[in-house]
Design a binder for this molecule. Structure first.
Ligand code: NAI
Length: 331
């Protein structure tokens, strides 16, 4: 059996971690024969709750988990980690805008970046889930300069999964039949869920989603809005932000980073922009990426029409503003 991977989950006593830990522990993320050592970080007042989560993890009786370390000290939590799920942050409440969250959460990532810089492996693969996820990931990377920028990503896979599921429901197929939906930009209500290059397998015949749905008005309006607003709709109904689906998406993201994408398929991930598609360099922007040998590359050469151009630029403008506000909070 392989040497254990050391994996940190921050916000480990919270609701996303509660689902995510089980997925990781049973091998959904790193493989069914890959042992893991889990480092669980939360704040001191949550250590009692975390103890209960660890008891449950033990009671799942899963042999892949070789050791569990619970701590409130980032220097312990990030020590020698191979993969990091950065979930710990304050979640958005009903009626709260993501910008309100920025102030509260960005400082966490400023501090944790510095700790990660000191003690994490330089090869660590980092997925930021805590909102505002894109900007937090930028800040984390900025304050962990000894770790390559391409090792920092943020979660927009939940938006991709939501978009895929909506298209699948519309066409009465299962979600796995829908591929190459793209989420561009920020994990916020300015994101652009784009099906211009998406495909669907209808009874063995692969056709463009646009052709299969044949309703551009729906795809440009209701579809886009429903994906953009899905997080808010879940909060309204559950009085809590998405957790089970967020954990599933985080597991999907890290799994694909480790195991790669298949054939012509791509997935969406927030990554540091290199200027592709006219987006300002240095923003943490969600792009379509292909992954091989544990390295992602932005899919190039996709056609962008005027409608899409406007959407790509609007979400980039929001990210630029968010990043400037975040940097101001850290100085
Ligand atoms: P939660 O409130 O249930 O758990 C958050 C945990 O983080 C708590 O246990 C809290 O004590 C901990 N925490 C707070 N400050 C911390 C620090 N400095 N270090 C370590 N842990 C700390 O929240 P939930 O529902 O698990 O959500 C976590 C984050 O994920 C929120 O920011 C939420 O908005 C975000 N989220 C992101 C999604 C995405 O698609 N990118 C989707 C859904 C949620």
């Amino acid at each position: 059996m392989a040497e254990p991977l050391t994996v940190v989950i921050t916000g480990a006593a919270g609701q996303i971690a509660y689902s995510l830990l089980y997925s990781i522990a049973k091998g959904d993320v790193f493989g069914k024969d890959q042992p893991v050592i889990l480092h669980l970080l939360d704040i001191t007042p949550m250590m009692g709750v975390l103890e209960g989560v660890i008891m449950e993890l033990q009671d799942c009786s899963i042999s892949l988990v070789r050791n569990v370390i619970a701590t409130a000290d980032p220097l312990v939590a990030f020590k020698n980690v191979d993969a990091a799920f950065m979930v710990g942050a304050m979640p958005r409440k009903d009626g709260m805008e993501r910008k309100d969250l920025l102030k509260a959460n960005v400082k966490i990532f400023f501090e944790q970046g510095q700790a990660m810089d000191k003690v994490a492996k330089k090869t660590v693969k980092v997925l930021v889930v805590g909102n505002p996820a894109n900007t937090n990931a930028c800040i984390l990377s900025k304050y962990a300069p000894s770790i390559p920028k391409e090792n920092f990503t943020c979660l927009t896979r939940l938006d991709q999964n939501r978009a895929q599921a909506q298209i699948a429901a519309k066409l009465n197929v299962t979600a796995d039949k829908v591929t190459n939906v793209i989420i561009w930009g920020n994990h916020s209500s300015t994101q652009f869920p784009d099906v211009a290059h998406a495909k669907v397998d209808l009874n063995g015949k692969v056709v463009p989603v646009r052709e299969a749905i044949n309703d551009d008005s729906y795809l440009k309006n209701d579809f886009v809005a429903s994906v953009q607003q899905r997080g808010a709709a879940v909060i309204k109904a559950r009085k809590l932000s998405s957790a089970m689906s967020a954990a599933k998406a985080a597991a999907d993201h890290m799994h694909d980073w480790f195991f790669g994408t298949k054939g012509d398929n791509w997935v969406s991930m927030g990554v540091i922009s290199d200027g592709s598609y006219g987006i300002q360099e240095g923003l943490m922007y969600s792009y379509p990426v292909r992954i091989a040998d544990k390295k992602w590359t932005i899919v190039q050469g996709l056609s962008i029409d005027d409608f899409a151009r406007g959407k790509l630029d609007a979400t980039a403008a929001e990210l630029k503003e968010e990043l400037e506000a975040a940097i101001a909070e850290c100085t």
